[in-house]
Write a protein of this length. Structure first.
Length: 318
């Protein structure tokens, strides 16, 4: 519990002037003496996995309890709302499949999960209606923007979603990174252009601010081609296989839920990151585990894999 509460406290500190730093229109970092130290949202993902495993893995717990499900939803909703308020909808969306995977593994009835999935689908449909219906009804841009802001959707998030829905929208602005990423991936062909010979990256068409982190897969696909990109995906599959193997051999329910939660977290990041670089999902800013440049996310992933390794070792001993 104290890890979860510490994560919530860190998320609150992001909004404190002088401690939380604003970058690219969002408050996501904690700084001291002008030095960026921590991105609390990344640690909050790990804390949520641990607390949900603790709640559903405690001895004598009945996983079909509705009150337990309500508790799990509340524990997830708190960090989701705080991360979304930064605003960082991409990171906030990762909490949902992590919750769903842990609930399914814990034995929550499929009927309850289906109802939650239907609710999520309804909310997504309402979001699309808010984005597309007002302009079709003749609303002014200012009025439409005000409606979306009142729903917590900032202007840059609107641009990213609209660029995804309309491929020709703002190719020199909000759609630039997406277009250059697709060019980089496609131009790599089968074997790639060679190490440090990718023109989109080296010449700066793919901005240097995003090439080492959010769009590192585009750089790999351009330089190493389809085969290099396929190799990266196979390596991630090996990592996920190890996590699920540890879950199957876990000596208790807590260990099993920990491993499944970590596997879901890594899978979501890999799936969303690769899908956004090739244009199948909107640009979200989710990094690629173990490859993207970044301190807090790398540390949180290593801690998560360390937890999985610990569960596996205990299973081997038993």
């Amino acid at each position: 519990w104290w890890l979860y509460l510490a994560a919530l406290l860190l998320l609150l500190l992001v909004f404190v002037p002088g401690i939380g730093v604003r970058m690219y229109g969002a408050r996501r970092w904690i700084q001291l003496a002008g030095i960026r130290l921590l991105q609390p949202a990344e640690m909050a993902k790990l804390a949520l996995i641990i607390i949900l495993a603790r709640v559903y893995g405690a001895p004598g717990v009945w996983p079909r309890s509705r009150w337990l499900l309500v508790l799990a939803l509340m524990l997830t909703a708190l960090p989701v709302m705080m991360v979304a308020a930064q605003p960082d909808l991409g990171t906030a969306s990762v909490f949902v499949p992590v919750l769903a995977s842990i609930l399914l593994t814990a034995g929550v009835p499929v009927r309850s999960l289906s109802g939650l999935a239907a609710l999520a689908g309804l909310l997504l449909a309402l979001l699309l209606i808010l984005l597309l219906a007002p302009p079709a009804l003749g609303w002014s841009e200012e009025r439409h923007d005000g409606l979306l802001r009142s729903c917590g959707i900032s202007s840059y998030q609107q641009d990213r979603i609209m660029v995804f829905l309309r491929r020709d929208a703002d190719p020199l602005g909000a759609g630039w990174n997406k277009a250059q990423s697709q060019i980089a991936v496609g131009s790599g062909r089968l074997w790639g252009k060679g190490f440090r010979r990718g023109t989109q990256n080296i010449l700066g068409f793919l901005p240097r601010t995003v090439a080492p982190n959010d769009f590192i897969f585009s750089v790999i696909a351009e330089e190493k081609g389809f085969m290099g990109a396929l190799g990266i995906i196979i390596l991630f599959a090996v990592v996920l296989h190890g996590a699920f193997r540890a879950a199957l051999q876990a000596p208790d329910r807590i260990g099993r839920l920990l491993c499944v939660g970590v596997a879901a977290l890594i899978f979501c990041h890999v799936f969303v990151n690769i899908a956004m670089t090739i244009g199948l999902l909107p640009i979200t800013g989710l990094p690629l585990p173990l490859l993207s440049y970044g301190g807090t996310f790398m540390i949180s992933v290593m801690i998560a894999l360390g937890l999985v390794q610990s569960v596996y070792i205990r299973g081997e001993r038993n």
